[in-house]
Ligand binder design. Structure first.
Ligand code: FAD
Ligand code: NAD
Length: 478
């Protein structure tokens, strides 16, 4: 096998594997190096997303959602069941099978498209040289015309709650519990805390979430965040904002968590504690002394808008560079870099990155929030529509939440779309498409939507921006 490649990619998560596959599809001789090993100790492709992130968490979210529907909602539809129970090892085994299928699928895509795969750690030495150290500590040096760095991110750890792999775990550990903890503590009311907290809450755990900030989901639209918080609390999650965890002491079979709130010091006794306080760029062992690649002040690899580092022909994509840590953002960056190497000129539009939190109801948005527009001094009009007035949501007995659309007061251009509701993750794609095409709220309002669908709420909210929604009382005669 030749050790010379046109492109060497380090990291086979969604940013790196997409870059490698696209390079190979464009006829570029490509190698991809990844060091991950799965639960069985075998090399695995797909990075955090496929192994310990997006996919396994959604497998558990879907399983626990079906469980809670069967338990709480089926009777409403006239469906009777026996006693509902959950077989946690079976649920976890199903999740592992999905992971196995998808990660194996990346291997097949590499093979089919002609990507040369190396299992081990890659280190950028300089002059396009990359040292690969395999799992037996044997090293090889590869030469690449271009190098794409995609090493991803790792969970942030806090001294107050050191992980012990059994009772104090990070998000990966929280996807592998063998039974439902009676009492579950979660540090961090961010995306992971709410998603994984929801899984175990639905399955019967008493979940307490300790969040340092006073605000709940400050990155989401304030109205949507407020409504979502109420719904999650109604589902049984105990969300304590403005709390500072000062210690976590493992006892025989649990953890005593010490924290400070505005009313003084408290103790929380739990069986399991999940630390979900954010992720950090992962660059350990990545850069040799002569790599020439610089980090920014937050430890991310420094890149320009085109994902080029300080070294020409060395690029970085995904969680390891600025911007939201989202799989689809990394994938688009990987594809952009691959296509630019092959001579095309694509760009990533960072203004239209969709965000989704897969709670139930789901929270999804794209573009600016109302509070951002106010802070920027942008004049806007807002239209909203509740799922409580949607025939399809009623038919599905899933009527919580709303769609909210914000449009420029002068041009009517859509600036932000915020959805709290069933299948918000799917509906937000309509908003992304609209914004990519610079649509106005009126454009969305005059497009025909199928009836009855949840998406009609998007249509009505768009009409509502100019006060034209149909399924509302409107006496303004506009
Ligand atoms: P990663 O997926 O982290 O992959 C990097 C790979 O590079 C890893 O396999 C790593 O082992 C390897 N590597 C690192 N250094 C080296 C080296 N020196 N040599 C060789 N290999 C190396 N995002 C979403 O968009 N939607 C979601 O629903 C979602 N859910 C998530 C749920 C959880 C629980 C978590 C933890 C994350 C979730 N994310 C989600 C975030 C998503 O997983 C990341 O944004 C995404 O995986 C980043 O892709 P990446 O390719 O940059 O890095
Ligand atoms: P996050 O940044 O979403 O949330 C972390 C939360 O922890 C924040 O609210 C923060 O204020 C809080 N926090 C920080 N330090 C704390 C402390 N000492 N005590 C109490 N609270 C503290 O991070 P995350 O939930 O760990 O997720 C990491 C990344 O993974 C995110 O950037 C997210 O984009 C990505 N992710 C995405 C999805 C999705 O797209 N659905 C799902 C999971 C993860």
């Amino acid at each position: 096998m030749s050790d010379n490649f046109d492109v060497i990619v380090i990291g086979a998560g969604p940013a790196g594997y997409a870059a490698a596959i696209r390079c190979a599809q464009l006829g570029v001789n490509t190698a991809c190096i990844d060091k991950s090993q799965g639960k069985d100790g075998q090399p695995t492709l797909g990075g955090t997303c496929l192994n310990w992130g997006c996919i396994p968490s959604k497998a558990l979210l879907d399983a626990s959602h079906k469980y809670i529907e069967a338990k709480n909602d089926f009777a409403e539809f006239g469906i009777s069941t026996g006693e509902i129970s959950i077989d946690v090892p079976k649920m976890i085994a199903r999740k592992d099978e999905i992971v196995k299928g998808l990660t194996g699928g990346i291997g097949a895509l590499f093979q089919g498209n002609g990507v040369t795969s190396y299992s081990g750690s890659g280190k950028l030495l300089g002059n396009g040289q990359v040292e690969v150290t395999d799992h037996n500590d044997l090293t090889t040096v590869l030469n690449g015309e271009h190098v794409i760095l995609a090493p991803g991110s790792a969970p942030v750890e806090i001294p107050a709650a050191p992980l012990n792999g059994s009772t104090i775990v990070d998000s990966a550990g929280a996807l592998d519990f063998d039974s439902v903890p009676t009492r579950l503590g979660v540090i961090g009311a961010g995306v992971i805390g709410l998603e994984i907290g929801s899984v175990w809450n639905r399955l019967g755990a008493e979940v307490t979430v300790l969040e340092a900030l006073e605000d709940f989901l400050p990155m989401a639209d304030t109205r949507i965040a407020r409504d979502a918080k109420k719904m999650l609390i109604a589902q049984g999650m105990d969300i304590r904002l403005g709390t500072k965890v000062t210690g976590a002491t493992p006892t025989g079979d649990g953890v005593v968590v010490a924290y400070e709130g505005e009313d003084g010091e408290h103790e929380l006794v739990v069986d399991k504690l999940i630390v979900a306080v954010g992720r950090r760029p992962f660059t350990e062992g990545l850069l040799g002394a002569d790599s020439g690649v610089a980090l920014d002040e937050n430890g991310f690899l420094f890149v320009n808008d085109l994902c080029v580092t300080d070294v020409p022909n060395v690029y970085a994509v995904g969680d390891v560079v600025r911007g939201p840590m989202l799989a689809h953002k990394g994938t688009e960056e990987g594809v952009m870099v691959a296509e630019r190497i092959a001579g095309f000129k694509p760009l990533v539009n960072y203004e239209t990155i969709p965000n989704v939190i897969y709670t139930h109801p789901e929270i999804a948005w794209v573009g600016k929030t109302e509070q951002q527009l106010k802070a920027d001094g942008t004049q806007f009009n807002a239209g909203s529509f509740p799922f409580a007035a949607s025939g399809r949501a009623m038919a599905a007995n899933d009527t919580q939440g709303m769609v909210k659309i914000l449009a420029d007061a002068e041009s009517d251009r859509i600036l932000g779309v915020h959805i709290l509701g069933p299948q918000a993750s799917e509906m937000v794609a309509q908003a992304v498409i609209a914004m990519e095409f610079d649509a106005s709220a009126e454009d969305l309002g005059i497009i025909m939507f199928a009836h009855p669908t949840l998406s009609e709420a998007v249509h009505e909210a768009a009409l509502g921006v100019a006060g034209h929604a149909i399924h509302v009382v409107n006496r303004k005669r506009k």
